[in-house]
Design a protein around this ligand. Sequence first.
Ligand SMILES: NC(=O)c1ccc[n+]([C@@H]2O[C@H](COP(=O)([O-])OP(=O)(O)OC[C@H]3O[C@@H](n4cnc5c(N)ncnc54)[C@H](O)[C@@H]3O)[C@@H](O)[C@H]2O)c1
Length: 255
Amino acid sequence: MSLRLFDLTGKVAFVTGSARGLGFAMGRGLARCGATVVLNDIDEGRLAGAVKSVRDEGLKCDGVVFDVTDEAAVAEGIAEVNARHGSVDILLNNAGINIRYPLEDFPYDEWKKVLDVNLNAAFLVTRSVVKGMIARKAGKIVNTCSLTSSVTRPTIAAYTAAKGGIFMLTRSMCIEWAKHNIQANGIGPGFVATEMNTVLVQNPEFDNWVKTRTPAARWATPEDMVGAAIFLSSDASNYVNGHLIYVDGGFTAAM
Ligand SMILES: NC(=O)c1ccc[n+]([C@@H]2O[C@H](COP(=O)([O-])OP(=O)(O)OC[C@H]3O[C@@H](n4cnc5c(N)ncnc54)[C@H](O)[C@@H]3O)[C@@H](O)[C@H]2O)c1
């Protein structure tokens, strides 16, 4: 079978929050399919190591440090990517944080931080990138959503509000830009054993809950997200638009 539909040779992919975790795995996966991948993060040291490890595989990779919640920094950062690489053909809005409080005690400044990184940043970065996609009449936007785009647990109301929001933002991107041959879709990871979840992975009760609640009976790995990221970034998904693909080991199928 030909794999041409998944070939990303000649494409430039930009991935936010990708010095580690899901963003790094998905970015490296796109590079392995031929894309030039530009990784972004606020953690400069970690980003340099991530870029080096992708380059050490003989793949095309660059890094740009900026805070995706800072409007001016986003504009400058994307201008730098365009100057160095010509365009962004594939955008993965992936940067995310979680801060937990009971809803009735959620401090407003913490609430806003979560909304800024998980939702507002996706708007800012996409706004900076999409005009080039519109001009070229082609583009792929992949937003990292979550199980919490549709279900939730106590103490993560801000994260849930942001992840529900980014799913509906994905749909707005779809309906406004489909006419320009731009596809915007979401990936909804289940519980992934990343540094974001270290406390949860190390909590025997939570660890057991994830393994019994998830039909696959294990945590996801960042590598589990790569296939969906490639699909949604490639010609294989040219008529898939406004969708959220759960990559959750069956979690959303089970009661
Ligand atoms: N881990 C999971 O179980 C899980 C599940 C569903 C969705 N997600 C989502 O996947 C994405 C990645 O999660 P992860 O587990 O890899 O997290 P992670 O904490 O391991 O990595 C997130 C990266 O984003 C960077 N970052 C944070 N704020 C930033 C900012 N303002 N500007 C630029 N970079 C910033 C961090 O420095 C870090 O390198 C997030 O959107 C998260 O909400 C994760």
